[in-house]
Design a protein around this ligand. Structure first.
Ligand code: DX5
Length: 227
């Protein structure tokens, strides 16, 4: 049985108080922190969108966060073209997991190896229009985590796309021991279907950071996955 891991998306935090915001999440019970890296100039074809419509954080910010909280697990979601280019930077910045988009590379196996060579876990993300069958058996076996996006990548606060949920169940059936993450529009109202389908790593941005009591939301998400 895979265990529940809550990974608040720092994209929804107050960037002016980043360190304090990260500590607030760890104190509230989060195991990981989801660091979403988008770059507007990267021309990444994530199916419908040619440009991820946001600029967020890169290695220099991760370095600062890591310096303040040395034992933090940074779950780095790289919404970038040419994900091969950033492996060393993110490893040097202290990333624990490097998650790239399957749509953004022609050689996922070599990329997973490069990530492992830098002692990071490797995650493979699929966007809403990418079928679960795009994750080959070899990719699924070699990756440490599979991420099913439940919104189009680019920004927080979007509506959860129910139609992505069957992909979680399909991947769970094929890879019973893997961490399977969901990201986008996930919160107390949508966690049930995610947990039922078999996801165990839960990213939530606005649902946690904007809550009056983030620790209650974190606990609720965790309990729902664990039951
Ligand atoms: C989407 C990002 C998400 C986003 C989730 O591009 O990868 O992590 O911040 O935010 P919510 O939970 O608010 O949809």
């Amino acid at each position: 049985m895979v265990k529940a891991i809550i990974s608040p998306s720092v994209l929804a935090s107050d960037f002016g108080n980043l360190s304090a915001e990260c500590r607030r999440m760890i104190k509230g019970g989060a195991e990981w922190l989801h660091m979403a890296s988008h770059r507007i100039m990267t021309k990444l074809t994530l199916n419908r969108s040619h440009f991820v419509p946001n600029i967020t954080m890169g290695a220099p910010i991760l370095t600062c966060v890591r310096k303040g909280i040395p034992d933090i697990f940074m779950d780095c979601h790289m919404m970038v073209a040419q994900p091969e280019k950033w492996v060393n930077d993110i490893a040097d910045a202290g990333g624990a997991l490097y998650c790239f988009h399957l749509e953004a590379t022609s050689d996922p196996i070599s990329l997973i190896k490069a990530i492992h060579d830098r002692n990071m876990k490797a995650g493979v993300a699929i966007s809403p229009d990418t079928p679960s069958t795009a994750v080959t058996d070899e990719v699924g076996e070699k990756a440490d985590m599979l991420l099913v996006m439940t919104v189009y990548p680019g920004r927080g606060g979007q509506k959860f796309l129910d139609r992505c949920v069957p992909k979680v169940a399909e991947l769970r059936a094929r890879f019973p021991q893997k961490d399977i993450e969901v990201d986008g529009g996930v919160g107390p109202k949508t966690i049930d279907v995610c947990a039922d389908a078999g996801s165990n790593v839960i990213v939530a941005g606005t649902a946690i950071f904007n809550a009056p009591n983030p620790e209650e939301v974190i606990q609720f998400l965790k309990d729902t996955v664990n039951t």
